[in-house]
Design a protein around this ligand. Structure first.
Ligand code: CP
Length: 311
């Protein structure tokens, strides 16, 4: 059986193109499974997974939980807000206590960049990063690239623009790594105050004009402005942001082609994207969410295979 080159999924930076291809191939199988009348397989019935969420989530949390249940894993869920973390327990102590209950795999969302990497070096379990601060969100990037492959046939050679708050976005960084490993051409677009300095060093071109970016691309991935990660204002007003960087039907209709529109969610309707675009046939936003379950099933299955030595 083909295996991943890693024992944890901490970021797209740390995996190979071969790993991504293997995850996609495995996700193709699980996508077929979740569209059957009985959406469940016994693949992980001897595996216990803890979902540790130290930050809010709707899609990622439910998607991981469904992926685990579709694979017949035993699942425990942990929310920081109702845990003993509130009493001062450290992250390593918390996780080691959970692992003593014979947990095999930990899925963690945490507000601090690098929290998953730290944990992987300090506890004996396979760690899946479900988003760590503004660092990486690897399963989101995998499901995004998988959705492009599904819609356009391939990722290689496609032109993808990521639009919005690149500075505070873990989705942007993971997407840049994944898309480049798969051979796509990536640009970023947004207010220059929300574009990281030296991003060109990642091989990414900065296009400050949204209309130019749209005219260039095959795919536009629209990001939310991450107000929760800002202590100051990075642009004059929401009205001006919408005028310059909001994706509207009028903007799409000016193009001489039909581009694919993506969004990782949660959407701020009327800010980075209008409702008529978000709900249009060009948008694959709900396909992304659907594919997230198959991608997470693939990641968990492949990591568990390494722990349990399935053949
Ligand atoms: N896309 C994403 O990570 O959404 P949630 O924050 O709802 O998990």
């Amino acid at each position: 059986m083909k295996q991943l080159s890693v024992n944890h999924l901490l970021g797209i930076k740390y995996i190979t193109k071969g790993d991504i291809d293997l995850i996609f191939e495995t996700a193709d199988h699980f996508k077929e499974v979740i569209n059957r009348p009985i959406k469940k397989v016994p693949s992980l019935r001897d595996v216990t997974i803890a979902n540790l969420f130290f930050e809010n989530s709707t899609r990622t949390r439910l998607s991981f939980e469904l992926a685990e249940k579709r694979l017949s894993a035993d699942v425990v869920n942990f929310s920081a807000a109702s845990s003993s973390v509130k009493k001062g327990e450290t992250l390593v102590d918390t996780v080691n206590n959970i692992l003593s209950m014979k947990v095999d795999l930990v899925v963690m969302r945490h507000p601090n960049p690098g929290a998953g990497i730290f944990l992987s070096k300090n506890v004996k379990a396979s760690i899946v990063n479900a988003g760590d601060g503004a660092h990486e969100h690897p399963t989101q990037a995998l499901l995004d690239a998988y959705s492009i492959r599904e819609k356009l046939g391939t990722v290689a050679g496609k032109k993808v623009v990521i639009v919005g708050d690149i500075l505070h976005s873990r989705v942007a960084l993971s997407n840049i790594f994944a898309l480049q490993k798969l051979g796509a051409d990536v640009k970023v677009c947004g207010p220059l105050t929300l574009i990281p300095k030296h991003i060109e060093h990642l091989g990414v071109h900065v296009e400050p004009d949204l209309d130019q970016a749209l005219a260039w691309c095959d795919v536009a991935n629209m990001l939310r402005v991450q107000n929760e990660r800002m202590e100051i204002s990075y642009f004059p007003s929401t009205r001006e942001y919408v005028q310059q960087f909001g994706l509207t039907l009028e903007r799409l209709q000016k193009l001489d082609k039909s581009i694919t529109v993506m969004h990782p969610g949660p959407i701020n309707r009327g800010v980075e994207i209008t409702s008529d675009v978000a709900d249009s046939d060009q948008a694959i936003i709900l396909n992304q969410v659907e594919n997230g379950v198959a991608i997470r099933m693939a990641v968990l299955y492949l990591l568990a295979s390494k722990i349990k030595n399935y053949d």
